[in-house]
Design a protein around this ligand. Structure first.
Ligand SMILES: Cc1ncc(C[n+]2csc(CCOP(=O)(O)OP(=O)(O)O)c2C)c(N)n1
Length: 523
């Protein structure tokens, strides 16, 4: 597939072939006129799985979910400035999760831009804040080389957001050859100083904790952390929101830094000094009157063992060796423990028990449960091994799109999406894509009819006695959302659960199904 194509290949085709040659063989799309040649090329070039999303936030979130599972970028196809703009919130979340993505954004033909047609926009300007790399291709003969550069940019450690803008005439004009992306460079090795500083802190006699994030949350890294904890008595903690955490029975168990600032402060006080392993010093999500932004107590110190651009596993291994912990059995390994199935009224605690009792082995849990899920971790810690995915960017509406990408990345695994009803409404078009692609995703909608979290935030920022208008802005009733109808209207089987008996039955139906299923969990 290399070299000249007898002059028959156009720019769009050279780009599609470049993507596939670079291992980017999934494209989440929402195209328009300017991308028609790219769309047409998809039929001429075998090997690209194309998935249509009916809103660009679905498209970009799906690419994020795909990367989180495979550490390999997918591509997106977006329609000019407005199409990209619609996808930005989930690109923001992807960027915060260090997901690599190759965005292809269509643009007017180069000579058409000067006429300020309706869809003309500053695409580079729209792309820049949520991309690490942005380029507009200038000719059909350079688009393949630019595509290879975009792949190289996205495949770095950590992953990067690369946005390649494709003017229509560069898509339909002639191309010569495909581009070859250089293989990704190996992650940098951590220096001896960082290992010695971490070892000194852990041996120093003061309380200390390994704060783990990013690639440190994979099973082998957690195991090294468990060995180090067994030897030194240090704690192990994960960041509050994680791109993907491997947990469950047989794995070293970690708690997360809580969202609520007062609770986070007490956890951090107990943690003492921090060894940062693919994690940053923790900060509060928001500022609140009379509360600190930085969660590390004043007297505590931190030292960085490894950053997200470095080889974290090798660093932990070297640290274990320096501490004489490399042959020690890890501490804190979760035992298999299934809680009893809940009965009676549906409460957050009952949902936690049900998840602990029913999570299938190898499940991928995409958590956008907001307030309902604050206590899900302890009850699910002893479930069979599974992955747990959080929103690292805080822009809600990430969950169902990320579930799409995860399901496409891992077709043999069950995806379980835990969704607040308010969050779910941002990108509910995801259900249609799940139905169309027959994805193995069970979605639980926590239908509390409110932006519940914001009730707490209202008082935490210092608003006393809010009036009826303020309270009304936090309710999503009037009218009530009918999730069963919304799901069925997009081709997804669904049921409503009013008590735990119905809930267990409904989740069971979802888990038995090989396609998408939605449960409206009435709270
Ligand atoms: C894009 C975006 N818009 C608005 C918000 C503010 N916000 C944070 S949580 C939330 C409501 C979440 O409601 P829901 O998903 O129902 O969960 P609950 O709070 O009820 O548990 C809102 C509106 C946000 N984080 N991101």
């Amino acid at each position: 597939m290399n070299g000249k194509m007898n002059g028959k290949m156009n720019g769009a085709e050279s780009l599609v072939r470049t993507l596939i040659a670079g291992g980017v063989d999934v494209c989440f799309t929402n195209p328009g006129t300017s991308e028609m040649h790219f769309v047409a090329a998809l039929d001429r070039v075998p090997g690209m799985r194309c998935v249509l999303g009916l809103f660009e936030g679905v498209v970009t979130g799906a690419a994020d979910g795909y990367y989180r599972m495979l550490a390999r970028p997918a591509s997106t196809l977006l329609h000019l400035g407005p199409g990209l703009a619609n996808g930005l919130a989930n690109l923001h979340n992807a960027k915060k999760a260090d997901s690599g993505i190759v965005n292809i954004v269509g643009e007017h033909a180069t000579y058409h831009i000067a006429h300020d047609a309706p869809l003309t926009a500053d695409i580079e300007g729209v792309a820049a804040p949520m991309s690490h790399w942005v380029k507009t291709s200038r000719s059909s003969r350079s688009i393949a080389a630019d595509g290879a550069l975009a792949i190289e940019a996205a495949r770095q450690t950590p992953g990067r957001i690369a946005t390649l803008i494709l003017p229509a005439d560069t898509a339909w004009g002639p191309a010569d050859a495909i581009g070859r992306a250089l293989p990704p460079a190996a992650a940098a090795k951590v220096g001896e100083d960082a290992i010695m500083a971490a070892a000194a802190m852990l041996r120093g006699g003061e309380r200390s904790t390994l704060l783990m994030g990013s690639a440190a949350l994979r099973e082998p890294c957690l195991e090294w952390a468990g060995r180090i904890a067994a030897k030194t008595g240090c704690g192990i903690l994960a960041e509050g929101a994680n791109a993907r955490l491997e947990r469950g029975a047989g794995r070293v168990q970690v708690e997360r830094v809580p969202y609520v600032v007062d609770r986070a402060l007490s956890v951090m006080r107990a943690a003492g000094n921090l060894v940062l392993v693919g994690a940053r010093e923790p900060v509060a999500f928001f500022a609140y009157p009379d509360k600190p932004s930085l969660l590390l107590p004043e007297h505590a110190r931190s030292t960085k063992l490894a950053g997200i651009e470095e080889d974290i596993e090798a660093a932990l291994q070297a640290l274990a060796l320096a501490l004489g912990a490399n042959n020690v059995a890890p501490i804190g390994v979760a035992q298999l423990r299934r809680p009893a199935l809940p009965t009676g009224a549906i409460t957050p605690a009952a949902i936690a028990s049900m998840l602990g009792a029913m999570l299938p082995e190898n499940a991928i849990v995409v958590d956008e449960s907001i307030t309902t899920g604050r206590e899900f971790f302890p009850e699910t810690a002893g479930a069979p091994p599974h992955d747990w995915i959080n929103n690292r960017g805080g822009s809600i509406g990430y969950g169902m799109p990320v579930a799409i990408g995860a399901a496409i990345a891992c077709p043999d695994r069950k995806v379980i999406t835990l969704e607040g009803d308010g969050s779910a409404m941002y990108t509910l078009q995801s259900l249609w894509t799940m139905a169309r692609e027959g994805l193995n995703v069970t979605t639980l909608i926590f239908a509390n009819g409110s932006y519940n979290i914001l009730r707490g935030e209202l008082s935490d920022v210092g608003v006393r006695n809010p009036g009826p208008r303020a309270v009304d802005m936090l309710s999503i009733r009037r009218p009530d959302l009918d999730w069963v109808s919304l799901a069925r209207g997009m081709g997804v089987e669904a049921s409503r659960a009013n008590d735990c008996r119905e809930l267990v039955k409904a989740l069971g139906a979802g888990l038995r199904s090989e396609g998408p299923y939605l449960v409206e969990v009435v709270l």
